[in-house]
Design a binder for this molecule. Structure first.
Ligand code: GTP
Ligand code: SAM
Ligand code: SF4
Ligand code: SF4
Length: 326
């Protein structure tokens, strides 16, 4: 279905939980988190039901996110059920990778088509600092497992922060050159009013590219599969590629193709939007599939033309990144 700005919306990002086994400083506060109780979270059957209806209004790609999607109980069953929906051609996951290695085989067998890993440092101590508790080797083991199983493309999401991990930019490019990994550098976004966000920690995509191009030639024309906002480049002689997600300095909203569903069943037209449609309540009130399809259409029709992130998150915007799913 097309929205009011002639963008085709065919991609649904589904946050399956607001819980996480890490506490990345740019995403989730270390303490004082109130998780949604079990009764507030959509049941797996409800998620499948809603995606089935979303497919009727043109959703073809689903990405499971969170919080950390792999901490959700029975996530493999969910993948299997979504993969069985005939119109859904791509069932992907975005994960921190801590638990992926041990679940990889069953996820692939269930129908998972792609996996994107979030990884902000290749140095064990720095990784542990950024995530507040993570062990780098868990993630590298998972990435190796995804490659070994022939999952492709395997993407790495790296949020670049000045003074935290910007000295590792070239190490990530080297990784993308030497392995079939697609590293996407992401601009730090001011989502969720976290104290860790400071404007002087933001590194723009043009700054990142400038650093890379001092050492590597980047070529346009990478054909890495995906539905996301990254602009991708090949590296001379490289097995992988690098991409840039310039959410702040050069937003890609005119090409937006997605809507989002939160773990508590709220449909959001935009990552930064404040408007939410309560699908869980609609289900509880016994809404027909026609009615729910109408709610999906409404979210698509009323999708804002772009974000206004530079104007700030707003005190009335209660959500944090881990509650929306990125
Ligand atoms: N501003 C903005 N950022 C987004 C949007 N979608 C994803 N991102 C950010 O882009 C990064 C990568 O997102 P992923 O979850 O890997 O998904 P993707 O880039 O759509 O995935 P592919 O389908 O593989 O291209 C994350 O940091 C997201 O928060 C969006 O609609 N707007
Ligand atoms: C919220 S996480 C959820 C999925 C999973 N836990 C993970 O980390 O991959 C999804 C994506 O959002 C990104 N993200 C979170 N907070 C961000 C911020 N403030 N700016 C830019 N990206 C952010 C993460 O790096 C990750 O790639
Ligand atoms: S970015 Fe992902 S792994 Fe890190 S705290 Fe947020 S939800 Fe958890
Ligand atoms: S910020 Fe909103 S409009 Fe822009 S790409 Fe993301 S979801 Fe789409």
């Amino acid at each position: 279905m097309f929205d009011s700005y002639a963008r085709e919306i065919n991609y649904l990002r589904v946050s399956v939980t607001d819980r996480c086994n890490l506490r990345c400083k740019y995403c989730m506060p270390e303490e004082g988190i109130e998780s949604l109780g079990h009764t507030n979270v959509l049941a797996l059957e409800e998620i499948v039901h809603l995606i089935r209806v979303a497919a009727r209004v043109g959703i073809r790609k689903v990405r499971l996110t969170g919080g950390e999607p792999l901490v959700r109980k029975n996530i493999t069953d969910l993948v299997e059920q979504i993969a069985k929906i005939p119109q859904i051609t791509d069932v992907a996951i975005t994960t921190n990778g801590v638990l992926f290695a041990d679940m990889a085989e069953e996820l692939k067998a269930a129908g998972l088509t792609r996996v994107n890993f979030s990884l902000d440092s290749l140095e064990p101590d720095s990784f542990n600092y950024i995530t507040s508790r993570g062990r780098l080797s868990d993630v590298t083991r998972s990435i190796a497992k995804a490659l070994e199983m022939g999952m492709a493309p395997v993407k790495i999401n790296t949020v670049v922060m000045k003074g935290i991990n910007d000295h590792e930019i070239l190490d990530f490019v080297k990784l993308a050159k030497e392995m079939p990994l697609h590293v996407r550098f992401i601009e730090f976004m001011p989502i969720g009013d976290l104290p860790f966000y400071q404007t002087d920690r933001v590194v723009s995509v043009s700054e990142i590219k400038e650093i890379i191009e001092q050492q590597y030639d980047l070529y346009k024309g990478s054909t890495v599969q995906g539905n996301g906002p990254a602009k991708c480049y090949q590296i001379n002689g490289g097995l992988g590629s690098v991409g840039f997600i310039s959410a702040m300095s050069d937003h890609f909203c005119s090409e937006c193709n997605r809507i989002r569903m939160t773990a508590d069943g709220k449909l959001r037209g935009c990552l930064f939007g404040k408007q939410e449609i309560n699908l869980k309540m609609a289900l509880q009130n016994g809404a027909s599939d026609e009615k729910i399809a109408h709610l999906f259409s409404k979210a698509i029709r009323e999708k804002p033309n772009r974000h206004y992130m530079t104007e700030g998150w707003g005190a009335d915007n209660k959500r944090k990144m881990y509650q929306i799913g990125g």
